[in-house]
Design a binder for this molecule. Structure first.
Ligand code: FAD
Length: 286
């Protein structure tokens, strides 16, 4: 059974907090390797991230990995944040450049994620296990696919321990990416980022923003369901389970689920794949 991990975004309201707590409680039963909490650009969710991270960490059920980005402010702010995480006993991070919300133009002192990884290593040595982002379907701002891979290699050389991919719906893009990495002697684990399909219009918007390709047939099938959310979710569970199975069969080291703070689709996909102790019991029973 391969390891799994879950990604959450930090809640901003009391209601969102209740939803996240319930989601985390349910998903923790699957005994994930860790969960991570995303980081907003320009200070928008920075405090929320740290608060959620500390809450999860103090509950001490599973390790938590804060996301941290170049847009987190001046290097002194980043350094203080790293110190707080280190002092609290957190030892995983997901290090990113981050995306500016539209309308905001001020970047941090560090420009690219490889600089952030170097900075973390310089300030905290080997304390943190650092994951970085990578893009089997190529980052939307990349000049060329090769340049994108070269820049990915810089993050690895700066000290990243593993990479999590942007979500994708085409398994071949992932396998091709692994081949390209091998040619460049990139030998860290490359973990597929899995996006359960829950809301078609939101997913479609998000996919075009981050350069994730939705196959035409998939888009059309999902559009046919209209407002029938249950059918979209059921179809999505079938589709994403098949995708995950292909990735597992092809040797993916683990799976990282973008949960959007919801548990149902992720739980069903994991159960169908036999990931997590609950299904192990059922399978053993027959
Ligand atoms: P980089 O690796 O710095 O790359 C960004 C772009 O610049 C690429 O096109 C690359 O080819 C190019 N590039 C890199 N280095 C150089 C260089 N030296 N010179 C010129 N060009 C260069 N965003 C958030 O705001 N918060 C989050 O919590 C968050 N979590 C994420 C988690 C995962 C697993 C993933 C895949 C993405 C996440 N993102 C998050 C989105 C991410 O911040 C964006 O995709 C962002 O646009 C790029 O981040 P990066 O770390 O890959 O940047």
């Amino acid at each position: 059974m391969i390891p799994i991990s879950f990604e959450y975004f930090p809640p901003k309201t009391a209601e969102q907090n209740i939803v996240l707590n319930e989601t985390h409680r349910r998903l923790t039963r699957l005994q994930p390797e860790y969960c991570s909490v995303t980081y907003g650009a320009g200070g928008s969710t920075v405090n929320h991230t740290e608060r959620s991270v500390m809450d999860i960490h103090h509950a001490a059920e599973i390790p938590v990995a804060p996301h941290i980005s170049c847009l987190g402010g001046a290097m002194n702010d980043l350094k203080s944040m790293l110190n707080r995480y280190q002092d609290a006993g957190i030892n995983r991070l997901v290090a990113l450049r981050g995306d500016m919300p539209s309308g905001m133009a001020v970047a941090g002192e560090l420009r690219w994620a490889n600089e952030l990884v170097s900075f973390i290593r310089q300030e905290t040595g080997d304390h943190f296990h650092i994951a970085v982002a990578c893009y089997p379907e190529i980052h939307p701002e990349a000049e060329t696919a090769n340049r994108d891979l070269d820049f990915f290699k810089q993050k690895v050389d700066a000290g990243a321990n593993e990479a999590i991919t942007q979500f994708f719906f085409n398994a071949d893009a992932y396998f091709r990416f692994l081949d390209d990495c091998q040619v460049r002697n990139i030998d860290i684990p490359i973990v597929p980022g899995i996006m359960p399909i829950i809301n078609f219009s939101r997913l479609s918007r998000f996919a075009s923003m981050c350069g994730a390709e939705m196959p035409r047939w998939l888009r059309l099938r999902l559009r046919d369901f209209g407002d029938d959310r249950d059918s979209i979710r059921d179809f999505g569970i079938d589709f994403v389970t098949d995708l995950c199975q292909r990735l597992i069969d092809g040797g993916a080291p683990s799976l990282h689920f973008y949960t959007i703070n919801r548990s149902l689709a992720t739980l069903k996909i994991c159960k169908r794949l036999g990931l997590g102790p609950a299904l192990k019991t059922t399978a053993a029973q027959g």
